[in-house]
Design a protein around this ligand. Sequence first.
Ligand SMILES: C[S@@+](CC[C@H](N)C(=O)[O-])C[C@H]1O[C@@H](n2cnc3c(N)ncnc32)[C@H](O)[C@@H]1O
Length: 297
Amino acid sequence: MVDACLEHTRPNAQEITIMSTATAPTNASAQTNSASAHDWKEAGGAWGHAAAEWATLKEHYAMDILLAMFPRLGINEGVELLDIACGAGLGSRLAAAAGAKVSGIDASESLIEIARDRSPQADLRLGSMFELPWADETFDAAMSINGIWGSCEGALVEASRVLRPGAPIGISFWGRSRPLHLRDAFIVFAAHSPAVALEGMVKTNNIARDGVAESMLEAAGFEVVESGARESVIEWPDPETAWRAMRSTGPAVPALRNTDHDTLKAAVLEAIEHCRDDRGIYRFRNDHRFVIARKPA
Ligand SMILES: C[S@@+](CC[C@H](N)C(=O)[O-])C[C@H]1O[C@@H](n2cnc3c(N)ncnc32)[C@H](O)[C@@H]1O
């Protein structure tokens, strides 16, 4: 498998192991994810560009990782949970159903709107994970489902600030092992994106490298408790649905701006054709990783 890493200053599509589904900057001003330079509104705009499709056709990619993380984070009746980069709020909704008192933040107005609609009792805010609008030591637990990626260290420092001493945090991200069907589609997006967008993707994807997530958590003052993996599985009944799901992701945006829509659609569907079974159903399977850590007591 071809590697993607920060050492590449001019990545090309083949260097993308898997493009992150984190912040996919769409212009030069959004290339850096540091708290000062990261353009969270731009990132939110990309992620929310097809909010209904994301929320109904793609977001359930997280089901297996949520099942793994909830008991490890002690998500239960009365637990005050922060969902960082909550998106359309599937994780928030399920945590609320488990009895947690949920707060969340996301950069996308259209996704937060859906999340609020799904969980009216939760405190869900539009904003940046680099500047959390909550007081120190507010939460019993925090999670970020594919929301904190390489170069997002500042978000972990903020998470530590708002967690109570001894509180756990769980983050998830795409791994590098097979099956990794996302890679096939994202390589097409990468090949059709401008170079400046590719550089941002490679940077955020860095978290997939062994030990990077753990090091980021430790640098923010957390103690790593456990690293694990699950297989993420989502299914689509036909090519149109598969395309609408893949098109709804942030990394599709620079490619859609740069390329004719039908050309891109045909290339993506060709790349993921091998995921269909003999009934024609897509089974889209991906290596999904998590790390659980704890703020020192
Ligand atoms: C891959 S999506 C994950 C969303 C959600 N956690 C899920 O699993 O469906 C990444 C999310 O990060 C959000 N995001 C990107 N940059 C952000 C920032 N600086 N602050 C808050 N959210 C951000 C995007 O709007 C998007 O909803």
